[in-house]
Write a protein that binds this ligand. Structure first.
Ligand SMILES: C[S@@+](CC[C@H](N)C(=O)[O-])C[C@H]1O[C@@H](n2cnc3c(N)ncnc32)[C@H](O)[C@@H]1O
Length: 344
């Protein structure tokens, strides 16, 4: 997945302000602290530039992929306002505007002044009026804050950065500001998934319909030593390769996410939770279903299923109308909300 040309160009300009040696040193420090995944890893202006150079393309790709899944899960969602919590350089809003060009009003909440400055600089180059005209609020989201609610609220790679004691209260703050849908995205690691899983339960308890990646009632990983995650392919820049000592021209950014909505979920029969294994005579799919994880092997002899399986990507949903083709149970109750909050 490539960055929008305007963002890529603005990023190149922003990065060019820092000498290559300083950028590489800052990126290496960031990378090490990011792997530790504990607390804030930004320590000044150089870190912010390195974050933009080194992490922004990956968080953009992951956010695009997650929001694209949300759009497919919630086709009636047509957000005109967006709130981006822990916005960093505004990455999430760039992705949201690509997924929903109808977004007209954006509010960014970010506590780091260097991030705010960089975000404003990048947004000034955006073709989208909403990005250029966005409101930037220098605010600490762990404090007591209140802004105008928005149709869509996103928090990408933010929740896991908050101090552990602040994390349980965050879904409520996000949900309170969501007129329609709230999306939380975290790294696709066991720890990132644990954060997302906790947040999913909290959102469902608040009355949200969990519209993606799967209804909360499925709990498809129960009893498994596994975590629900997806991946977005990102082109590696020269900086990436030198920092990571890697030769490959791309990497897969793994992410976990949850989307909670005030509207009921679009029904699904399953979601593909691993990259499909395509072999000459068969395709192996690993899917999350209401009855747990299922491995489906589709052979060429099942022509209809094989044709469909060839198009399926990691993260795609299988609709109820396709359940039979894949030998999946047809699902009945798919509201995705916490059973304690259903009216039936
Ligand atoms: C990993 S970055 C993610 C940025 C952006 N959402 C993205 O996907 O690229 C996390 C951001 O959250 C911000 N952040 C962390 N704790 C915060 C807090 N308590 N209040 C506001 N922003 C916070 C950090 O300054 C940083 O910009």
């Amino acid at each position: 997945m490539a960055l929008p040309p305007a963002l890529a160009a603005a990023l190149t300009t922003a990065i060019s302000g820092l000498p290559a040696r300083d950028l590489t040193a800052a990126a290496k420090g960031l990378s090490a602290r990011y792997r530790e995944q504990r607390g804030s890893f930004l320590r000044g202006a150089a870190d912010v530039t390195a974050y933009a150079a080194f992490r922004l393309p990956a968080t953009y790709a992951a956010t695009m992929a997650a929001l694209s899944q949300v759009r497919a899960a919630e086709p009636d969602l047509r957000p005109t306002s967006l709130l981006d919590l822990g916005a960093g350089p505004g990455t999430g809003a760039w992705a949201a505007c690509a997924v929903w060009p109808e977004i007209q009003h954006i509010t960014f909440i970010e506590r780091d002044p260097h991030m705010l400055a960089l975000g404003k600089e990048l947004a000034a180059a955006a073709p989208s009026f909403a990005l250029r005209d966005a409101t930037w609020r220098p605010t600490d989201i762990t404090g007591d804050w209140q802004v105008e609610p928005a149709d869509l609220v996103i928090a990408a790679y933010t929740l896991g950065e908050l101090p552990p004691e602040q994390q349980p209260g965050f879904p409520e703050k996000l949900w309170r500001h969501a007129l329609q849908t709230g999306v939380i995205i975290e790294p696709g690691t066991p720890q990132g998934w644990r954060v997302v899983e906790e947040a999913s339960r909290a959102l469902a308890t608040l009355g949200a319909h969990i519209v993606a990646p799967a209804p909360i009632a499925w709990d498809c990983l129960a009893g498994r030593d596994d975590w629900l995650h997806f991946a977005a392919r990102v082109a590696r820049t020269r900086l990436h390769r030198s920092v990571k000592g890697a030769d490959l021209s791309y990497e897969d950014e793994k992410f976990s996410y949850v989307a909670g909505s005030r509207l009921p979920a679009q029904q699904i029969a399953a979601r593909v939770i691993r990259r499909p294994q395509i072999r000459s005579g068969h395709i192996r799919l690993t899917v999350c279903t209401p009855e747990g994880v299922r491995e489906i092997v589709v052979t060429r002899t099942h022509r209809e299923a094989f044709r469909r399986a060839k198009d399926l990507r990691w993260g795609d949903a299988i609709g109820p109308e396709e359940a039979e083709v894949f030998g999946l149970p047809s699902t009945s109750d798919q509201t995705g909300s916490d059973p304690r909050h259903r009216r039936d």
